[in-house]
Structure formats: C-alpha cells, structure tokens
Design a protein around this ligand. Structure first.
Ligand code: 13P
Ligand code: SF4
Length: 369
C-alpha cells in the first residue's frame, strides 16, 4: 500500500467529465470506505465545494501543526504544494502526504529557488560573513530545499502568524536577516519590530549583488527578497480610502502579504486564521473590508451575516488563488477513490536529507510559536 503504483491507478480522465455534484457524491462514498485512514486538511482559500469535505481547516501554521499531530495513514492536503511538503516533513515516515493535483503550486514560493538563494549567500559572502552575520528566514511559502537551506545555515521558517516572533529569534542569533521569498511579509514584520524602512533593502535575485552596493548591504538590517503574492498585490490603498470615505465606521483587516501601504492603512493585519477569528469575535452590526483571497471572504461573509456583520472584499476585480483552485472535487474524488482501491496517487515525498534539514528549521519555528 505504501508504494505509488502509477501503472494500475484509476485514470483521471473519467473524473474530469464528472459534474461537481457527482464528484462530491463520489468523495463522500470514497471517504466512507477509507474511514479514519485518511484525514482531509484544507486551507481557508480552498473552494467551497472542496472545503465542505474537510476534517480540519486552518492557516498554514495551524495546518502544519495538525499534520504533525495526525495519526491518519493518508494526509490528503487540499492546499498548495509547499503545504503538502510540510505535512510530509512533519508527519511520521510511514504516513503518506498527498496533494490531489500536483499543479497546485504557489506562485510566490516559485519566486525563490535554491540556486538563486545559494548565489545570494555567496555574493553576500563578498561583503560579510553570512554564516556569522545573517540569519536566513524563509516564509513557509517556499520549497522544502529552501527550508533545508535555513536549517543548515542557522536559520528558521516563519508563517504569516508568527513572523514578528521569528524575527526576534533571528536577530537574537545574528545582526541581520535575509528574508525570502515574500518582501511584503518581511517588510511589515520588520516595521512592526521598529526597524526603519531605509534599513530594509530589496534583494533582486536577477541582478548582480541583488542590485545593491556593499555599503547598502552593510547598512541593511533586513534584506528582502523581491518576491510577492500575485493575489495580494491586487489590493490597493485606494480601495481602503474609498471604503473609509463611504463607511467611516468601517473596519479594515488585511493579510500581511499585502503591500506595505495597505497593511499600514488597515486597522488589523494578520494571517487567514487571525482574519477569520477577529471578524467572528467582532461586535454585531459592523462592516468590514477584507484584504485576502475571495473564497475565504465569501465564506466568512455568509457565516457572519446573521449577526448583522457586512464583510466586503477589498479588490474591485475578482482575485483568487488560481493554483489552489486546481484542487477541485474531480481531483479529490480521483485521489480518494484510488486510495480506497489501495493505490496511492500524487504522493508528496521530500528526499530524506532535505527533509531532515528542513525539519530543523520548521521545528525551531514550532518551538517558538
Ligand atoms: P496563511 O498562513 O495566513 O494561511 O497564509 C498562507 C498564504 O499562502 C496566504 O496567501
Ligand atoms: Fe501562494 Fe498567493 Fe496563493 Fe497564498 S494566495 S498560496 S501566497 S499564490
């Protein structure tokens, strides 16, 4: 049962033709056959017709913890690739992490890779002694080999819910931080720690020396990798300004992957779990403008409307995490039926030497959060 058997798996083609409703019914039937052998973890951005099948939901930190605590034989991750990798790294060796569609990646995570980070480290080595002067911090939205890089070089992983705590730890180790791949989370967290904006420099991986002079590298407290989330960059300051002029009593809440000026103009900034909890705990009859992905916002708006709360999406255009949308009922039904038939598909398995070092960086984070 443990090995992936590509030759005998049920082909996806027939599932592709299923309606969402029919796929939903097949998911329910396959889950009944699997019982407690499979657990379905679901990120808050997942589409409604998949989310409703979740056993457990959360932001990326909560889901990482849940994966590490699960006893299930199969951890079926309805999220994106790096989340399933984390589940594989933190679960026991005999457990199997599965991503129902291998194309469900994270475009931000793809903005950094090991070759570019190693080159950055080498180039920084012409100005400083990186292993003594810089703590590498990777956002959990990154490939496992970048987490392993951090594990190997005295660094750590962070998520959107613990980045300021992680920065405290990072600066307690060494005087500077290299933060990748999300410049916005890094900048906002540095700002919250009181680091002046002119002591946070952008490292452009496509330019020699990141596009910086040795003086600017020496002066910087945080080097911010030039990466961003294509969904969260759609939220603009003028969306907030318009909302505030129309609804002076309204409350604005954003995810820290938004641009600095959006976070700065918001009343609250935090992870997806934080956004959900803050609005649910907020007073009745309040109006909220929310800067994060549309599936979460739509679901939340429905959930709290009975309390007279109005939840509005920040952008004027539709922006969803298109890669997470790839996990649809058809792929989930295909995955679960194969499992029920004793065949593992889309097994996410991080090579052991990488997993060991990545776990060092992840465990440092879990111990602090
Ligand atoms: P959370 O950790 O807040 O769930 O965010 C993950 C993510 O990818 C947001 O775009
Ligand atoms: Fe990645 Fe952005 Fe999607 Fe989050 S919303 S998973 S950062 S692409």
């Amino acid at each position: 049962m443990q090995a992936t058997d590509h030759t005998r798996t049920i082909a996806f083609d027939a599932f592709n033709r299923l309606s969402d409703k029919a796929a939903g019914e097949r998911i329910v039937a396959a889950r009944a056959r699997l019982g407690k052998r499979a657990v379905l973890l679901c990120h808050h951005y997942q589409r409604a017709d998949v989310y409703r099948h979740a056993d457990l939901t959360g932001d990326s930190l909560k889901l990482a913890r849940l994966a590490s605590q699960s006893d299930a034989e199969f951890i079926v991750f309805c999220g994106v690739h790096f989340m399933a990798e984390v589940a594989d790294i933190l679960s026991r060796p005999e457990q199997i992490a599965i991503l129902p569609d291998l194309a469900a990646g994270c475009s931000m995570a793809d903005m950094a890779n090991l070759a570019k980070v190693e080159r950055c480290w080498r180039e920084l080595g012409t100005v400083l002694n990186p292993d003594e002067e810089i703590t590498p911090v990777t956002y959990i939205n990154s490939a496992a080999d970048l987490k392993a890089f951090c594990g190997e070089h005295g660094g750590i992983v962070c998520t959107s819910s613990n980045a300021t705590t992680i920065l405290d730890w990072a600066f307690a180790q060494r005087g500077k931080v290299l933060f990748f791949p999300d410049q916005h989370l890094g900048r906002w967290s540095g700002f919250k720690k009181g680091i002046p904006l002119d002591e946070m420099e952008i490292w452009n991986p496509d330019l020699e020396m990141g596009g910086l002079t040795p003086e600017r590298i020496r002066k910087a407290k945080i080097l911010l990798w030039a990466g961003h989330c294509s969904v969260h960059q759609m939220f603009q300051l003028n969306n907030i300004q318009r909302f505030r002029s129309e609804h002076p009593q309204g409350i604005v809440i954003s995810h820290p992957e938004c641009a600095f000026e959006v976070c700065h103009a918001s009343d609250y900034v935090g992870s997806t779990e934080y956004i959900l909890n803050t609005i649910k705990a907020g007073p009745p009859n309040t109006r909220w403008l929310v800067g994060t992905e549309l599936n979460l916002v739509d679901r939340l708006a429905e959930e709290v409307k009975a309390e007279g709360k109005i939840v509005q999406f920040m952008a004027t255009n539709i922006c969803m995490c298109s890669t997470m949308q790839r996990i649809d009922p058809q792929h989930l039904a295909w995955t679960l039926e194969n499992l029920a038939e004793g065949r593992v598909v889309n097994h996410i398995s991080v090579p052991p030497h990488e997993a060991r070092l990545a776990k060092v960086a992840l465990q440092r984070m879990l111990d602090l959060s």
